[in-house]
Design a protein around this ligand. Sequence first.
Ligand SMILES: [Zn+2]
Ligand SMILES: [Zn+2]
Length: 260
Amino acid sequence: MTQPEESTPTHFRNVAAFVDEYLRYIYQRQVTDTTDAVWCPEWWKHTEAVVRLDSLWRAWEHYRLRETTGLSIWFTDHADPHMTKLLDPSGPFKYCNARHGHRQLLAPLPLTSPPREVFDWMAPLTPPLPESSKEKEPVDRVYASVVEFVENYLSVTYQRQVTDTTETVWCPEWWRHPEAIIRLDSLWRAWEFFRQKAPVGLSEWFLTLADPQMKQLLDPRGPFRYCSARHGHKELLTPLPSAVSPGMFTDPDDARDYRV
Ligand SMILES: [Zn+2]
Ligand SMILES: [Zn+2]
């Protein structure tokens, strides 16, 4: 983990010190012998927890120096929503327990790799990410495409129980769903931008973009309704029916064809 890019030295030397010496004293909750809230003493074994808590620590280092609103904003806009996600019994600590410790039962979301041409139809709809520009520095991008982003980051970060449950669904062939492609592509593009918006960028990306979008995708009534991690993709959903007759709308731009 790199240190926050600020001239002021950070109060805590890293996320582990922040959790150990600060956060766990603030958020004292009943996490033993209850099903309301869960916590894993080995939180650092969970990618999602590390990423969320690291972004939370960076945001704290930023907000603690603000004289007026300061930590109140940190609490309401960052800490509370992240801690709600982490303490949620169906969240990343689902199988862990304050009394019995960590259990390695969740795994990255299952994936199969798409053929390249799957994304061809999307190219004209999305702006190209600039490789570099004359005036600015070359764009510092971590992942070359949405596929790399999903395979190396998102599927590892959002580890959820998606097998033998009706609460959450995931399709290993997510790229067969136009909605998933567009949502995940937009998440990747935003991530590449927000991660460089230190020090609160990544926390904002998680809470305002990734969490709401992943909620839609993982919803059993969402785009993956008939698919499953165990049995794979099922081509059962079809586009919403639309009975527009030719000439119903006249517009100079009618020649444009948005069908995919
Ligand atoms: Zn654990
Ligand atoms: Zn599917």
